[in-house]
Design a protein around this ligand. Structure first.
Ligand code: 13P
Ligand code: SF4
Length: 305
């Protein structure tokens, strides 16, 4: 089968079986072309809450499929590739967080959505990169314990100085690969280009950016901007996608190493098996875990939706 034939077969089967395919923007372009919805973590969460499909295939990483399941517990939710996890989501364990909560009783616990369901049961509200500033501003509480991404937390703190945000030592290993040296080299090679970065980057990198925002925020900025060249400081698939949506502009990766190997695990072949009913992993969560973990997702949608 050619790529096109495989895509057509996936599209035929998903319609026949009332399957919705949700695709995180870091997936490759051949996968984008079979999606019902493509977006960043916040957009995917909103779509998951809205979808009326019987089955949802989440092409992304495990915490995203768990979030879909929490919002649609009666639906069959399939993670496109069973090995696709997010290393950041696993960085803290619930015992560690329970201890921190006990020692900091006057802090609201704000979790980046890149956390396991078990960890979410101990959090007050979730945020994504596109909703974090808005939600933390809206919270009545001044003292915030922000887990687990200290880079995103630092970026939020700079925009919401009136809050007192305690950070932990965690973050995205993919975005942490980009350095100030990479910025110097990319700007020397492309002096006219604007630098657009994800706030999961190190603070010293984000400080040099012309724009920092979520995956879809970066794409929207580049699409609307009058500038013609951009250095992209996030997962390198975004360089490729932007080149499709803006063929007259030029996009350069900040580092050739900014590849999320977990996001890249899913192939079109995996999705074909998922729509046939033989691939991926069905997300199964007991009702109590769903009830306890989704409270902080509901809070996120209430404050940021
Ligand atoms: P967003 O989808 O919020 O841009 O986050 C990027 C990311 O790293 C997802 O795992
Ligand atoms: Fe996790 Fe980073 Fe990959 Fe996103 S890019 S899934 S945060 S490792």
């Amino acid at each position: 089968m050619t790529t096109y034939e495989l895509q057509q077969e996936i599209i035929r089967l998903k319609k026949e079986k009332n399957i919705c395919i949700l695709v995180h923007a870091y997936q490759s372009h051949d996968i984008w072309e079979v999606a019902d919805y493509i977006g960043d973590s916040f957009g995917l969460t909103q779509q998951a809450a809205k979808s009326d499909a019987d089955t949802v295939i989440m092409c992304g990483v495990r915490f995203m499929a768990e979030t879909v399941k929490m919002l649609s517990p009666r639906k069959k939710v399939i993670l496109s590739n069973a090995d696709a996890g997010c290393p950041m989501a696993e960085q803290m364990d619930p015992e560690m967080l329970a201890q921190m909560r006990e020692s900091m009783p006057d802090y609201k616990v704000v979790a980046y959505v890149n956390t396991t369901a078990a960890l979410k049961t101990l959090c007050d509200v979730c945020v994504t990169s596109s909703s974090a500033v808005k939600i933390i501003q809206a919270l009545p509480d001044k003292k915030i314990l922000f887990i687990p991404d200290c880079n995103l937390g630092d970026w939020v703190q700079k925009q919401v100085p009136e809050k007192e945000i305690k950070l932990v030592n965690g973050g995205c290993p993919t975005h942490a690969r980009m350095t100030v040296e990479d910025v110097k080299a990319a700007k020397a090679a492309h002096p006219e280009a604007l630098l657009l970065v994800h706030p999961e980057c190190r603070p010293a990198v984000t400080a040099l950016a012309d724009y920092a925002g979520s995956t879809t925020g970066i794409m929207a900025y580049a699409e609307k901007s009058d500038a013609k060249e951009f250095i992209i400081g996030t997962e390198n698939s975004i360089v490729q996608h932007l080149q499709y949506s803006c063929p007259d502009k030029r996009f350069y990766p900040l580092s050739k190493d900014c590849v999320c190997h977990n996001m890249k695990l899913t192939t079109l072949g995996d999705i074909y098996q998922c729509v046939q009913g033989t691939g991926g992993e069905e997300i199964l969560m007991d009702d109590q875990l769903i009830a306890d973990a989704r409270k902080c997702i509901d809070e996120m949608l209430r404050y940021g939706g």
